[in-house]
Design a protein around this ligand. Sequence first.
Ligand code: IPE
Ligand code: IPE
Ligand code: MG
Ligand code: MG
Length: 418
Amino acid sequence: MLSMTCRNLDFGTRVLDLVAVGSYSNASIVRHSVKYLGKTFTSKVYGARRMVCSRLNIRRTRVFSTNTSEALFDGVGEGTTPVLDLNKEAKSPISLANLFEVVADDLQTLNQNLQSIVGAENPVLMSAAEQIFGAGGKRMRPALVFLVSRATAELAGLKDLTTKHRRLAEIIEMIHTASLIHDDVLDESDMRRGKETVHQLYGTRVAVLAGDFMFAQSSWYLANLENLEVIKLISQVIKDFASGEIKQASSLFDCDVELEEYLLKSYYKTASLIAASTKGAAIFSGADGSITEQMYEFGKNLGLSFQVVDDILDFTQSAEQLGKPAGSDLAKGNLTAPVIFALEKEPKLREIIESEFCETGSLDEAIELVKQCGGIERAQELAKEKADLAIKNLQCLPQSNFQLALEDMVKFNLERID
Ligand code: IPE
Ligand code: IPE
Ligand code: MG
Ligand code: MG
């Protein structure tokens, strides 16, 4: 079969440079319906697709698999909204598809396993999980687990990934997904990954329970890994996520919030999970303590850079480009890096924020002030500072395609705000 409908690809144009010449087969759609509180909910699960690709724009000589990741086709759905700015990505010399291709087979296996390890017996929870897993997402965290696992396995003389590496990647994506479900409840967001959020579809009670269920299920799988160091590392992350959300909720509209507090909150909410992913991967490769520590620092710095970029994009991109609400951080009183920097320059901004945008047009005025005062540029510098540290953390790894892909991941993140 030689057909390709880009409209149907959530990661569509993200793989276009890969699939300029491509084919897929075995596409199938399974519909699941579930009755809850008198309503029928229908969701779709998409079957296996494989593409044979011709690669363009390869900047360095690397060895790649011919399988594109199933992840690239995740979130396949009618008229889905792309999660990233596709125009921007087309300009970028790096694409996620290129980055992930060295671990494409690993991601494909992950996607097959994810739904089954959720293991919810309750049809509503199952359907909620399908909603968010099926909506796609970049699968950045499991890709990091695979890349670090493979980059460090060489050091320890491992020939392939172990089942523990793979399970770790699944656990990490499950924790990430659970945190998104809860985060959307807290942020009252109605869109995630270009689709309706779980709480929007099923209500807050189901969303809270679905998130709790996934946290609990991931803990069970974590315990079964029988590695005390990793168990401690990842359980701390679940605690950190809650601490980060509490920190954020208790400092809304607080114009005295300092950059250090913002970074600490970002560490709790985002970087802690990424750091644990990269360190956990190195631990399962049997890497020595100095390497596992560098991998932790790498994940932490990349995670901080990633959150700063996400916070900038909230100002600069549309909901359509992001696949989630845009401009909502400031509106909800969540003062992120661009605002914190702008507040140093413009006292009027404080006044507007402290009035909680009670006057018509004041939110737009505040957004304009943030932009005019160089808030975005200074936040860009901060994201770059953290990215530079992350690149340095990678120097302990031997040269390989995996190490290069990790570097590119850091650069790709920054290019989103170029
Ligand atoms: C969203 O993370 C939450 C943040 C830490 C900003 P991602 O942007 O990785 O979300 P998905 O998984 O691709 O949807
Ligand atoms: C990161 O923060 C959320 C999580 C770590 C779950 P955001 O609140 O900025 O994430 P988005 O923008 O909703 O994806
Ligand atoms: Mg949010
Ligand atoms: Mg955000």
